[in-house]
Design a protein. Sequence first.
Length: 98
Amino acid sequence: MHPVILGPEQIDTLVDEEGELVLNSDHKIGGRPYCLQEPELPGAEELFTLGYRQVLQLDFPGYEDGEISGDWPNYGGLFNLFWNIPFDAFPYQWYFQG
């Protein structure tokens, strides 16, 4: 069992080794989606213009998540969940980047 631990709100961009501003690829609620293969997740901008928001991004657990054992459903991949406003309806989109 591993609890979900929420920290304070933070900006989801980082500065990489070359000094470029990049999106955070870690677990996050909200923010902009990180993309493994492209500079941006294909179709994400269209979803944003239709009123969707990223509500969840799950990455493979890292050392900051504590000791994790067992199977991870998106090993080496990234899962993004988008939901359309209002959040009480069911129009959602998801992506799995492997």
